[in-house]
Design a protein around this ligand. Structure first.
Ligand SMILES: *[C@@H]1O[C@H](CO)[C@@H](O)[C@H](O)[C@H]1NC(C)=O
Ligand SMILES: *[C@@H]1O[C@H](CO)[C@@H](O)[C@H](O)[C@H]1NC(C)=O
Length: 317
């Protein structure tokens, strides 16, 4: 009987708690500890020999981040609130390494290789500390809302959106040399380049004309989907105009080999990925599949492109 009561109660709780009825979680529990831990991981291990480090201490950085949104209304937090954190966490970026992305977060990160090939915003300390976390403030104690945070669509200056806007701007301002932009040219619902995207609003306009030489676009397409846009048409034409109008060189490549090989690692048997087999083992026909005893061991095949439609919960872009 007691057990039954327990189940009924849990069911009722599950049905009425806000996190069950919508998928907007509140501030990530232990957020400050997570930031401090990530900061030490970043500076002592993961990026220690890869990137120049920031000057602020980890406790100071976590504190500056936490202070920026705590006790603040969740829906009207200006970018300026995060400036003390951005200033303390800012790093110098190596030349030719900045990689901006739009709609292809996971693919861009796989390509970047934790800062070894390229450096994404999430490979900088500013992005690394809070990537994937949720946060927002409230007026009453403790100052952070742990039950529900608004989504980006709910309000104009949502706390984490203004953070990512400020972070994107700071990242763009520190880029030097050639900068690379990876974006998806296969989406019917959203062009590869939009002036009102994060890249269009907070990154391209803030590239330093004295430091940046060219904008190199990598236009990707999922292996099994037709190209809606290529480097020659669609929104890429406008991107070329916007880039050259700012005085930068513009280059664009559709599906570079390196990206195809990355995509093929997860999908080696698909027709588009037979290049290596054909070249190295010309005797094998198309019907010969990847060695059945050694398929890639994945829990499930990752989708390296953002799904269409719902972008709730995804970080910016
Ligand atoms: C937490 O956020 C939710 C959703 O915005 C709001 O309804 C609730 O009142 C907030 N809690 C506090 C204590 O402000
Ligand atoms: C761009 O070019 C590709 C390949 O020629 C074509 O399939 C696609 O429909 C074109 N898109 C636009 C927007 O013109």
């Amino acid at each position: 009987m007691a057990l039954q009561m327990f189940f009924v109660l849990s069911l009722l709780l599950a049905m009425t708690s806000p996190s069950a009825s919508d998928n907007n979680p509140g501030t990530t529990p232990h957020i400050q500890d997570i930031c401090i831990g990530r900061c030490y991981d970043y500076s002592q291990i993961k990026y220690k020999s890869v990137l120049p480090q920031a000057s602020g201490s980890c406790e100071e950085l976590a504190d500056k981040f936490f202070t920026a949104f705590s006790h603040q209304p969740p829906c009207s937090l200006s970018m300026a609130h995060y400036q003390p954190f951005m200033d303390a966490a800012k790093q110098a970026l190596p030349e030719d390494k900045a990689l901006f992305w739009s709609g292809v977060k996971q693919l861009a990160h796989e390509y970047a290789g934790d800062g070894r090939r390229f450096v994404t915003l999430e490979d900088t300390l500013i992005g690394y500390l809070v990537d994937g976390l949720v946060w927002c403030g409230q007026g009453s104690p403790p100052g952070q809302n742990y039950s529900r945070c608004p989504s980006w669509n709910d309000c104009p200056l949502e706390s984490s959106e203004s953070f990512w806007a400020a972070a994107s701007k700071a990242f763009a301002e520190s880029a030097r040399g050639r900068v690379t932009v990876m974006t998806d040219g296969s989406r019917a619902d959203r062009p590869a380049y939009r002036r009102d995207s994060f890249f269009g609003k907070y990154e391209l306009p803030f590239l330093n004309k004295a430091l940046v030489t060219s904008v190199d676009v990598i236009l990707t397409h999922p292996l099994d989907q037709p190209a809606v846009e290529t480097c020659e048409n669609g929104s890429l034409v406008q991107l070329m105009q916007d880039v050259t109008a700012r005085g930068f060189n513009f280059n664009c490549e559709d599906d570079p080999q390196a990206i195809l090989h990355l995509l093929c690692a997860d999908d080696p048997v698909i027709r588009e990925c037979q290049l290596v087999t054909k070249y190295m083992f010309p005797g094998r026909g198309d019907s010969e599949k990847y060695h059945p005893n050694h398929p890639p061991v994945l829990n499930s095949k990752p989708n390296l492109f953002e799904s269409t439609g719902n972008t709730a919960g995804l970080p910016y872009y």
